[in-house]
Design a protein around this ligand. Structure first.
Ligand SMILES: Cc1ncc(COP(=O)(O)O)c(C=O)c1O
Length: 414
C-alpha cells in the first residue's frame, strides 16, 4: 500500500536524486574553497631578497665601477676563502663557467676521460666535453643520488684525468673514498653547485677536492640570479686561474701592481661578473646564517611530517654528511606514482617537480656513440625522485598543507 508520503517521494524522485548528486559537488566546492582561502598556489621556488641588495648595488654604482674585480667581488671572494680555507676563490658568472675553468685548469685534452655521475645537471659533464673529454658515467648510490664511490675504481683507465663528485642536494659524497681512488694521478673536482654551508666529516664541501665550483643561480640557497664561484684548494692552480678568468691575460697581476703592462699569455674567457652582481651577492652572503636556519626549519618540518608513508623514501644522510637544506626530495616507488603525485599536488595548488634526466641516456651522449653501461640507480632517481617547494618565505602553514596533501594522496584511492 502506498502512503501519500511514498507517493510524494516517488513523484519527485528525479528532483531528490538531483539534489543528492549535488551534495558531494557542493562539498567538493566547499573544501576547494577552504583550501583556496588558506592556500594560494604554492610555487616550487620563490626568490627571497634580504633588503640590502639594492643598497649595495647603489653603493657599487656610486663607486664608479661597474665591471668586475672590484670591492664587492673581493668581499665575496674573501668570504669564501675564509670559510673554505681555499688558497683562492674567484667569482664567476655561473657554476657552469667555474666548471669550465676547472676543465681548463685540469688541462683536459681530446681523448681524456673524466668520471661524472649520470644523475646530475648537464654542466657537470658539458664543461669537460668542451675541452674534448669523453665522459665516463658513474651510477648513484642506492640510498641517495650522490655518486657511488664503491664503483669508481672500476671506471678508472690510463686515460682518466679527473673525478667530478656532485654533492646532490648539499649531501656530501664520500670524499675519503673518492680521494683514495684519485690518489695517484687524478684530480678531484667537486661540483658543489648545491653545497654551500654543508660539511663532510666537519670539512666544508668545496674545500676538499683540488678544485670546486659553486652556483648562485636563483634556485640556490644563496643567489644573485646567475652566478658562481671557483674555489682553488691546490696552490698549483692559483696563478693560471687568474689568467683564465681575465680572458687569457695577466691583468690581475697588473692590477696588483706586480707588472707594468699586461697582455695575452694563455687561453681563457671572460668569466668574471660585474660589480653590481657581486654587490647583490654580498647582501645574500651576509644573511647566510639566517637563511640557513629558516631553510633547515622547513626541511625538518617536511622530514617529520612525512614519516610513515611506506612507498615514499625520504632523504638519507650518511653519518659523515650534514644537511644544508638545499632541497627536500623524496623517491616514489614507481614512475607512475611520481607522475600521479605531482599531478595531484598541482591540482591542490602545490608545484612539485622532478629533477635530472640521466645524462648517459641523453640524445647528446647517444650521438657521441660512447659506450655506456646500465646505471640503474641513476635511472631510478630520474624516474622516481620528486622535489617539494623549499624557499625562505615558505610559511609553516604552507609546509603543513603540502604534507597533508601528500598524505591525502597516499591515503586516497587512486
Ligand atoms: C649539480 C649542478 N651543477 C652545475 C649546475 C650549473 O649551475 P649554474 O646554473 O650556476 O651554471 C647546476 C645547476 O643547477 C647543478 O645542479
Amino acid at each position: 500500500m502506498w502512503t501519500k508520503i511514498d507517493y510524494f517521494f516517488e513523484k519527485n524522485k528525479g528532483f531528490y536524486l538531483f539534489l543528492l548528486l549535488l551534495l558531494p559537488v557542493s562539498q567538493y566546492g566547499r573544501t576547494n574553497k577552504l583550501e583556496k582561502d588558506i592556500m594560494k598556489t604554492i610555487s616550487f621556488n620563490k626568490v627571497w631578497l634580504t633588503g640590502n641588495e639594492k643598497n649595495y648595488i647603489t653603493q657599487a654604482l656610486s663607486e664608479g665601477k661597474t665591471c668586475g674585480n672590484g670591492n664587492f667581488t673581493h668581499k665575496c671572494q674573501s668570504f669564501f676563502e675564509e670559510k673554505l680555507g681555499s688558497c683562492k676563490c674567484l667569482l664567476t658568472t655561473s657554476c657552469t663557467d667555474a666548471l669550465e675553468m676547472c676543465a681548463m685548469l685540469a688541462g683536459i685534452q681530446p681523448g681524456d676521460e673524466v668520471i661524472v655521475p649520470s644523475y646530475t645537471f648537464v654542466s657537470t659533464a658539458l664543461a669537460f666535453v668542451r675541452q674534448g673529454a669523453r665522459i665516463v658515467f658513474a651510477d648513484s648510490r642506492m640510498d641517495n643520488p650522490c655518486i657511488d664511490e664503491q664503483k669508481l675504481e672500476a671506471l678508472v683507465t690510463p686515460r682518466t684525468r679527473a673525478i667530478v663528485p656532485v654533492h646532490y642536494a648539499g649531501i656530501a659524497c664520500d670524499m675519503d673514498v673518492i680521494l683514495a681512488v684519485a690518489e695517484r694521478h687524478l684530480l678531484v673536482i667537486e661540483d658543489a653547485a648545491q653545497a654551500i654551508d654543508s660539511f663532510y666529516k666537519g670539512r666544508p664541501l668545496g674545500s676538499i677536492g683540488h678544485l670546486a665550483a659553486f652556483s648562485f643561480h636563483e634556485t640556490k640557497n644563496i643567489q644573485c640570479g646567475e652566478g658562481g664561484l671557483l674555489a682553488i684548494n691546490d696552490p698549483r692552480f692559483v696563478k693560471r686561474s687568474e689568467i683564465l678568468w681575465e680572458k687569457g691575460t695577466n691583468r690581475a697581476e697588473f692590477f696588483r701592481g706586480e707588472i707594468n703592462k699586461y697582455g695575452w699569455v694563455d687561453t681563457g674567457s671572460s668569466f668574471l661578473p660585474p660589480e653590481y652582481v657581486a654587490a647583490f651577492l654580498w647582501a645574500q652572503l651576509e644573511a647566510l646564517d639566517s637563511i640557513q636556519q629558516k631553510r633547515k626549519e622547513i626541511w625538518n618540518m617536511y622530514y617529520q611530517n612525512l614519516q610513515g608513508i611506506s612507498s615514499l623514501s625520504l632523504p638519507v644522510l650518511p653519518d659523515y654528511a650534514t644537511n644544508n637544506a638545499h632541497a627536500f626530495y623524496a623517491v616514489c616507488a614507481t614512475p607512475e606514482e611520481r607522475t600521479a603525485l605531482i599531478r595531484y599536488l598541482k591540482s591542490h595548488g602545490v608545484y612539485s617537480v622532478f629533477h635530472y634526466l640521466s645524462l648517459h641516456k641523453s640524445d647528446f651522449v647517444k650521438n657521441q656513440k660512447w659506450e655506456v653501461e646500465e646505471l640503474p640507480q641513476a635511472d631510478k632517481y630520474t624516474d622516481c625522485l620528486v622535489r617539494f617547494p623549499l624557499f625562505y618565505a615558505l610559511e609553516p602553514d604552507e609546509v603543513k598543507y603540502i604534507c597533508e596533501q601528500i598524505k591525502s594522496f597516499y591515503t586516497s584511492e587512486r
